[in-house]
Write a protein of this length. Structure first.
Length: 261
């Protein structure tokens, strides 16, 4: 009887060990790549949402400024009330409530645990708000356009920072798939903000010295509220992360009342 020589236990164990190392390496690379792609997508979508807020504020400011400088006395600037309402939310830049620095370690810090749907202004800054970009066609609807935390719809994001819309404010939003179809939403009347997740804006006003007068004897220097800095901030917890990801940007808009002074 002839015996066929097989693999020894050492050889089998070595083969299994090599296979396991290769498999772990491959899984690790795939996991890292997937995590990186997910992070990149979340960052891109967040920046798009922040850009929408920035462009809406610039549009309101420019529309009001255009009407203010019009030579037609009969022109009724419909953006006056909206711009004034936004200005009213601003706090002085040297005020403790301005909170010019923003670096939460976790997103829970940004929200008020004792009052769901509101923000922790000791972290965010005073009077946080967002602009409903889908209602700007009618600037007289200030309450629909300027959404403050008194609405109680500011929450920590389930995925990434975003603004969710629905036909009626406070009703159930679209599902995850339809929520991405902007054309379908707008044409179906989804213009009311139902929920704001992980994004907000705070306004800070600054003063400049304005010189006016025609002669040296009548020249006077006054401190005027000359500009407004809008801090657009976001916060979300990536999958598997123990520390928040935050993105912040700021835009400065000059008060038309001072520009045309």
């Amino acid at each position: 009887m002839k015996f066929k020589k097989g693999d020894t236990l050492v050889e089998v164990g070595l083969a299994i060990g090599i296979f396991s190392m290769v498999a772990i390496t491959v899984v690790s690379v795939i996991s890292t790549s997937t995590s990186g792609a997910q992070s990149s997508l979340e960052t891109t979508l967040t920046r798009e949402e922040m850009d929408s807020q920035a462009e809406a504020l610039r549009f309101i400011h420019d529309a009001y400024l255009s009407g203010t400088q019009s030579k037609k006395k009969s022109v009724d600037n419909k953006y006056t009330a909206l711009w004034e309402a936004i200005k009213a939310l601003a706090v002085d830049e040297d005020s403790p409530s301005a909170k010019l620095s923003y670096a939460p370690s976790v997103c829970d810090e940004v929200y008020n645990s004792s009052s769901p749907g509101t923000l922790n202004t000791s972290i965010t800054g005073a009077n946080p708000f967002v602009v409903n970009t889908r209602e700007l066609y009618d600037p007289t609807q200030v309450d629909k356009i300027l959404i403050t935390e008194s609405s109680g719809i500011f929450f920590e994001p389930e995925t990434y920072p975003r603004v969710l819309y629905s036909p009626v404010a406070g009703s159930t939003p679209l599902d995850a798939e339809d929520d991405q179809d902007l054309y379908s939403q707008v044409n179906s009347g989804y213009r009311n903000i139902q929920r704001v997740e992980g994004i907000f804006v705070v306004a800070v006003r600054g003063q400049s010295k304005i010189v006016h007068g025609t002669t040296n004897s009548s020249t006077r220097v006054d401190d005027k509220d000359a500009y407004y800095d809008f801090y657009i901030r976001s916060c979300w917890m990536p999958v598997g992360a123990d520390r928040a990801t935050t993105i912040s940007t700021v835009i400065r808009l000059y008060d038309p009342a001072v520009i045309t002074y």
